[in-house]
Design a protein around this ligand. Structure first.
Ligand SMILES: Cc1cc2nc3c(=O)[nH]c(=O)nc-3n(C[C@H](O)[C@H](O)[C@H](O)COP(=O)(O)OP(=O)(O)OC[C@H]3O[C@@H](n4cnc5c(N)ncnc54)[C@H](O)[C@@H]3O)c2cc1C
Length: 500
């Protein structure tokens, strides 16, 4: 007989939903995960768009936190940890490039072409960024209290532990970290480097995924966030997305949990402000003691719960969450002779170029000279394109996907002149596709912009940062809550700590 009551139901089989499911199943809980797509993984997926055309379709790269990999014994479920560090390459006109290798000596050698002084400062910058990333990591691992509510002993203890850890980071680095967060990436990077080429290359990582420009306040924070999630400038695990989420799904099942795909939750059943069940698109209703949602907070709270069951002020705050997708992906199938080196390549020749690319998004336009991040997996070339705003001023995405593809190819063709002639097939993912296919409201890749007013105890909304919601037994565990976004798994793990 089909079971109709579970200890925990989890909405969404992205990596965070799977991390939460695996921890809970490992504790012996009866767990059921519902995923609306036919495959698990959310944004961490490898998909095929034709013969010999298989690629990590959405996210560019990232790795789960090592402690999660260890806790869940993911190596035994097929997760390989052999990703060698890749170089980060800024493409420049006239076949020139800046290669920021993970080996600092090699990176400094390449920087020397543009500035001896900058080359001598590279180690100092990397040391600070690594330290800043480790401080941020400690903050993400800590459950945030519901400020300005009174602190209870448990919240206070977590903060105390974080405080001690931060003291160990050293006073100077700690102050520089706090100072860096509200700065623009341009201001932060200018303190270290004089070369426009070096500055722009680093800054491109700060704006990756954000609808912000290099001169926007708070891109100091996004630089540190992305540095933490990549382990530096270049992406890790490129070409291995589904390895991560398949290992997680295998772990869930092996610990006794269940996963149902092609099972879209259309609402959460609520009685007297308590979450009791989920209702699927096919009309099925399944009950549970706890319901966790790894779908984004706007989708979960405004669509699956609905404003009628939430306090008006909470609804207003939820409606105000800034979701501003402006990323498109273009995958090109080539004959394999594209000549693009392995690593993470950025088209970011100057800071002004990046700022102008962002200007277009401000006015609801697709950048004509975009910031691109390019990775390859065998014969497939993948292009992360910014800026392609979800809300277009004078058009709509249904008719504009060809335009981003054309601009991306023309831009990349300046650096790889044969590229155009090698393409046999392509697949474009617009911000609208990110919403309709991948379930990301307004195509926002992190379930809510990474901004200082949506950070720490303000993520997803002020005073609701501890995964709880006004509905008892309903918790959030996706990238839209504290610890996300990225492929860290931290939001999925933290929710389990809250449930203890
Ligand atoms: C284009 C792009 C580029 C990115 N680049 C990077 C990068 O370079 N580095 C980095 O660290 N991060 C990157 N990210 C961000 C990162 O991939 C995400 O933050 C992360 O994968 C989100 O994981 P998640 O599990 O929280 O949510 P998701 O992966 O979004 O998973 C949520 C799941 O819930 C499902 N779902 C939603 N609603 C329902 C419903 N009603 N019923 C059932 N199922 C539902 C969805 O189908 C989805 O599978 C990128 C993301 C995108 C989209």
């Amino acid at each position: 007989m089909t079971q109709t009551h579970y200890d925990t139901i989890i909405i969404g089989a992205g990596h965070n939903g799977l991390v939460a499911a695996a921890y809970l199943a490992k504790q012996g809980k009866k767990v059921l995960v519902f995923e609306r797509r036919s495959i698990v993984g959310g944004s961490v997926v490898t998909e095929s768009f034709g013969e010999n055309f298989t690629v990590d379709s959405v996210q560019t790269g990232g790795a789960l936190r090592p402690d999660i990999i260890q806790d869940l014994k993911l190596a035994s479920f097929g997760l390989q940890l052999d990703s060698a560090p890749q170089p980060f390459i800024s493409l420049l006109p006239d076949s020139n490039s800046l290669i920021l290798d993970s080996d600092p000596t090699k990176a400094a050698e390449s920087i020397k072409q543009f500035s001896e002084r900058d080359a001598s400062r590279w180690n100092e910058f990397v040391r600070f960024m690594d330290k800043a990333a480790s401080i941020l990591d400690a903050a993400y691992a800590t459950i945030m209290p519901r400020l300005p509510k009174n602190l209870n002993l448990r919240d206070g203890y977590g903060l105390l532990e974080l405080g001690l850890e931060l003291r160990l980071a050293g006073k100077k680095d700690m102050l520089n970290f706090i100072r860096a967060l509200p700065m623009s990436a341009q201001e932060l990077v200018e303190e270290y480097f004089e070369s426009e080429i070096v500055r722009a290359a680093i800054i491109s990582v700060a704006i990756h995924g954000s609808t912000l420009g290099p001169m926007s306040a708070g891109t100091g924070y996004t630089l540190i966030h992305n540095w933490l999630n990549r382990g530096g400038l270049a992406n890790v695990n490129v070409g291995k997305a589904s390895e991560i989420t398949n290992a997680l799904a295998n772990a869930v099942k092996s610990f006794g949990g269940e996963i149902r795909t092609e099972a879209e939750v259309i609402s959460i059943g609520i009685e007297n402000q308590v979450a009791k069940s989920v209702i699927l698109a096919n009309g099925e209703e399944i009950s549970a003691d706890l319901i966790l949602s790894s779908a984004d907070p706007k989708h979960t709270l405004l669509k699956l719960v609905g404003a009628q069951d939430l306090p008006p002020e909470f609804v207003w705050h939820t409606q105000s969450i800034k979701m501003r997708g402006s990323v498109a992906k273009i995958h090109l199938q080539t004959n394999g002779n594209h000549g693009i080196p392995e690593g993470t390549l950025t088209v970011a020749p100057s800071v002004k170029y990046l700022e102008r690319a962002y200007d277009a998004a401000k006015y609801g336009e697709i950048s004509k000279k975009p910031y691109l991040e390019v990775t390859t997996s065998g014969n497939v070339v993948s292009i992360h394109f910014q800026f392609a705003p979800y809300k277009l001023k004078n058009s709509e995405w249904k008719v504009e996907s060809g335009k981003v593809e054309k601009i991306a190819i023309e831009t990349l063709n300046e650096y790889f002149p044969n590229l155009n002639s090698l393409i046999s097939n392509s697949h474009v993912i617009t911000p609208l596709d990110l919403e309709s296919t991948y379930g990301l409201t307004e195509g926002d890749i992190n379930h809510g912009q990474l901004m200082l007013d949506q950070f720490l105890f303000m993520r997803p909304i002020p005073s609701w940062s501890n995964h709880k919601t006004p509905i008892d037994n309903l918790y959030l565990c996706g990238s839209g809550v504290h610890g996300g976004g990225g492929v860290s798994g931290v939001s999925g793990r933290n929710v389990v700590k809250v449930l203890k």
